[in-house]
Design a protein around this ligand. Structure first.
Ligand code: A3P
Length: 276
């Protein structure tokens, strides 16, 4: 299907129509935050599902019930998606955990007033692109990626699923690199105001390894019908590694990416882990 058939444009961002209705976007715009809300914000393919596992486990102090019984999209729902309306997120008891792919400037008015806690997840954009390419090839609600060159051009021009600006705010979690999972769990817990024992942090970290999350049908997207998401083409939890872009980009594609990256990111003081 074509872009026009699959996407609508909202504030300069391409959104898959299947997940966003005009009513849900209105619901989002009028949403009232609470001070103890936690919002996980990600660019798609940066580790959203991972955080939808880690954060509720921290909130529940290692109690596995929610991650083993609720699909990730109900456990930590997207604020801007149609499902938000169906789930009556405004009536959920505190503390609430949400996820959003929207950038800072797109947040509802209440967000700037209430300043809920934000956990912003970043992944090096070459791996995001690689993951995104495979994802576009296995779901029917996104445009087929075409060749890597075509997808690269779309990604860099913001037509893949554009959410260009970095999300910088005073209530952000100070940078946590997920290299040591147990340490990251403790740091995220600290940011959330939770004090976990070593044992509970270790239990959460163990449950949230790639290998173990892949077995969790509430998080591996196996509940999604094959005609929407065909995991025979590419699994949702595909490789879960840093640096897979090296197996994917040609030298010419790396050069093309680097030139755009250097120009666009020249004023941004961020360093990514590009490989291990
Ligand atoms: P790959 O396609 O590179 O494997 P999102 O949830 O934002 O859509 O991101 C999906 C990406 O996060 C996928 O990347 C997926 O494998 C990776 N991921 C999810 N859970 C992970 C985990 N526990 N450890 C490492 N990577 C994980």
């Amino acid at each position: 299907m074509t872009e026009a058939e699959l996407y609508s444009q909202y504030k300069g961002v391409y959104l898959p129509k299947i997940a966003h209705s005009p009513e849900s976007l209105k619901y989002f715009e009028e949403f009232t935050f609470r001070t103890d809300d936690i919002i996980i914000v990600t660019y798609p393919k940066s580790g959203t599902t991972w955080m939808q596992e880690i954060v509720p486990l921290i909130q529940n102090e290692g109690d596995m019930a929610s991650v083993l019984t609720l699909p990730n999209w109900d456990r930590v729902p997207w604020l801007e998606e149609t499902r938000a309306l169906e789930l009556n997120l405004d009536q959920r008891p505190s503390p609430r955990i949400f996820v959003s792919h929207f950038q800072y400037s797109m947040m509802p008015k209440s967000f700037y007033k209430v300043k809920p806690k934000v956990i912003y997840v970043m992944r090096n954009p070459k791996d995001v692109l690689t993951s995104s390419f495979h994802y576009h090839g296995m779901v029917t609600f996104l445009v087929n990626p075409g060749t890597v060159d075509e997808f690269l051009a779309k990604f860099l021009s913001g037509q893949a699923r554009s959410r260009p600006a970095p999300f910088l705010t005073s209530c952000l979690l100070p940078c946590v690199g997920i290299l040591d999972l147990k340490e990251s769990v403790s740091k995220i817990a600290h940011f959330m105001g939770k004090s976990l024992s070593e044992e509970v942090s270790a239990k959460i970290a163990d449950h949230c390894t790639f290998k173990n999350m892949k077995q969790n049908k509430m998080s591996n997207y196996s509940l999604v019908p094959e005609e929407i998401m065909d995991q025979k083409k590419s699994e949702f939890l595909r490789k879960g590694i840093i640096g897979d872009w090296k197996n994917f980009f040609t030298d010419a594609q790396t050069e093309c990416f680097d030139a755009v990256y250097e120009e666009r990111m020249k004023d941004v003081k961020l360093t990514f882990v590009w490989d291990l």
